[in-house]
Design a protein around this ligand. Structure first.
Ligand SMILES: *Cc1c(COP(=O)(O)O)cnc(C)c1O
Length: 341
């Protein structure tokens, strides 16, 4: 498959609703004195909503080419990536096995929100503890071996689908963005800062690689929602290095310079919400009619707003926030939201 900019993409499935729109957040932008845009990757699908389907289009095409019949992946109990994988697997004619993290596997969480969707599409779920999750590589192997013994052909997707192959999904997204920026006043010459919530790193890796491959005047920034800056510079550095080796030896990437992470907004911890984060989600919904999610985009947007307060010029005039999805993450927070109403 080729594109307008003559990048040779690997083979992919067509599952996502793309290109997604680039929308201006007029009211909020006016208030903040910014040209503020949002890339609506929450609209890549309803059941497939979010950033993960962009990576999965490439990864599942590869899994099929390998003759796989079952995809294995992992994540938190309410993982958007696991849900997108389970749904996309069905659409690709595959089965799925999800290895999900929960404090007490003998008493797993109720089938609500993403878990409900996982169940509805018939995903097999294996519950493991956060401690076991640290050695998930072994659990992947154990489960893959069990499936092989049943005569099946498993294919393992690491956390978040954050691999060199998956990074193509956000190179594609940057190509879309370039087309949309070209239509704005000032075109692609005017610099833009692109902000994305960072949870396993693959999205930011793709944005960085895409900006480089396409020669865009874009400054990518990740705001981490778990772990810390050092972790993501390493992780994204690893994905970019693998990408370079496999697909683009000419690329020059300096992890310390090219991988910009704003740390400090993990808050209470992964998937745990502070009242101010939920309050911000409500404010954006009321001002713009856009729903951020509590696990990723709400935290990242909170970080963006806080940094902007401290350093009004830091992000430049034109800012694009990538809405990476996660709407189903709102539902397990019903009780916490109720306190705001
Ligand atoms: C997974 C996810 C992210 C983070 O993307 P990574 O590629 O894992 O860094 C951001 N937002 C949402 C809604 C997600 O589900």
């Amino acid at each position: 498959m080729s594109s307008l900019l003559n990048i040779e993409y690997p083979e992919k499935l067509n599952l996502a609703n793309i290109p997604t729109p680039l929308e201006k957040l007029r009211r909020l932008g006016r208030k903040l004195d910014l040209d503020l845009y949002i890339k609506r990757d929450d609209l890549t699908g309803s059941e497939l909503s979010g950033n993960k389907i962009r990576k999965l289009e490439f990864i599942l095409a590869h899994a099929l080419s390998q003759g796989a019949d079952t995809v294995l992946t992992c994540g938190g109990a309410q993982s958007n990536h696991a849900r997108a994988t389970a749904v996309a697997a069905v659409r690709a004619g595959l089965k799925s096995l999800l290895i999900l993290r929960t404090p007490d596997p003998s008493n797993p969480p109720p089938a609500t929100a993403n878990i409900l969707l996982d169940r509805l599409v018939g995903a097999e779920i294996v519950w493991i503890t956060p401690e076991e999750y640290k050695s998930r590589g072994e659990i992947f192997e154990r489960e893959a071996e069990r499936l092989r013994k049943e005569g099946r052909n498993p294919f393992i997707l690491p956390e978040g689908g954050s691999t060199a192959l998956g990074a193509w999904g956000y190179i594609r997204a940057m190509e879309e963005l370039a087309h949309d920026l070209a239509l704005l006043e000032g075109g692609t010459d005017q610099p833009a800062t692109v902000i994305a919530a960072t949870g396993s790193g693959g999205t930011l890796a793709g944005i960085i690689l895409g900006a480089k491959l396409l020669g865009l005047n874009i400054r990518p920034i990740g705001i981490n929602v778990c772990d810390d800056r050092e972790y993501f510079v390493n992780e994204i550095g690893r994905i970019c290095a693998e990408f370079k080796e496999r697909y683009a030896p000419q690329l020059v990437i300096d992890p310390q310079f090219d991988i910009e992470i704003i740390d400090g907004y993990v808050g209470r911890g992964y998937a745990l919400s502070a009242p101010e984060e939920l309050e911000l989600i409500r404010e954006i919904a009321q001002v713009e009619g856009v729903f951020l999610d509590p696990v990723y985009t709400g935290k990242a947007f909170n970080g963006f707003m806080k940094e902007l307060e401290k350093y009004p010029k830091f992000f430049g005039q034109r800012v694009v926030f990538v809405h990476t999805g996660g709407i189903y993450g709102l539902f397990p927070k019903e009780d916490q939201f109720a306190e705001l109403f």
